[in-house]
Design a protein around this ligand. Structure first.
Ligand code: AMP
Length: 214
């Protein structure tokens, strides 16, 4: 099963993507996570991406497309994968389609997790990420056992630069301008599924599973 997760930053698509990847035993491919890992390791790609990410802007398509196309060609992706945070622009979607066509493949579902902007801003200011292993939490919806400390590795939890309120606002503007057009793009292809992302995490998950197993 090849799935794309769509939705505004902070709509909860990353959390849902991880849960789906666990349920269906397929890789969760998050471009945001890949960029953050590169930043942490000080790679050339990481240094380039950071400049855009810290401003709430998108990393240029040419730095993003090849990365994903190479990743989905790997052996562990042969039975499917979940793309989280990619594509984010029409050119990225076209690049993915071209690559899939060459492989004789196609996307099965594009799942749009719908959440209004006002909920997003509230949610994102509560997000915390582990500075060491990258695990994510929310101070209200998914709190760590001990405040400010990662359950998984014990390192300190931080508010990511790109989750700061002014950056969130910028990311929402970018989302509406550049990513939202993908909803029509996938609707026209007949693979779009829209779910209400304001519900509780488990309810959202169940509604996605219902669509995928219909
Ligand atoms: P995310 O963790 O998916 O919210 O991504 C964090 C940041 O990484 C975004 O605000 C962008 O700056 C960058 N990013 C992630 N995925 C993409 C993409 N497909 N295209 C361009 N930039 C991206």
């Amino acid at each position: 099963m090849k799935i794309i997760m769509l939705g505004a930053p902070g709509a909860g698509k990353g959390t849902q993507a991880k849960m789906l990847a666990d349920k269906y035993h397929i890789p969760h491919i998050s471009t945001g996570d890949i960029f953050r890992a590169n930043i942490k390791n000080g790679t050339e790609l990481g240094n380039k991406a950071k400049v855009f990410m810290d401003k709430g802007m998108l990393v240029p398509d040419e730095l993003t497309c090849d990365l994903v196309v190479d990743r989905i060609k790997q052996e562990d992706c042969k039975d499917g994968y979940i793309l989280d945070g990619f594509p984010r622009t029409i050119p990225q979607a076209e690049c993915l389609d071209q690559a899939l066509e060459t492989l004789g493949d196609k996307i099965d579902y594009a799942v749009d997790v719908e959440v209004p902007d006002e909920n997003i801003v509230r949610r994102m200011s509560g997000r915390r990420a582990c500075a060491s292993c990258g695990a994510t939490y929310h101070i209200v919806y998914n709190a760590p056992e001990k405040e400010g400390v990662c359950d998984r590795c014990g390192a300190e939890l931080i508010l990511r630069d790109d989750d700061k309120p002014e950056t969130v606002q910028k990311r929402l503007t970018v989302y509406h301008e550049q990513t939202q057009p993908l909803i029509d793009y996938y609707k026209n292809k007949g693979v779009l599924a829209q779910v209400d992302g304001t519900k509780d995490m488990q309810e959202v998950f169940q509604s996605i599973v219902n669509v995928l197993e219909k």
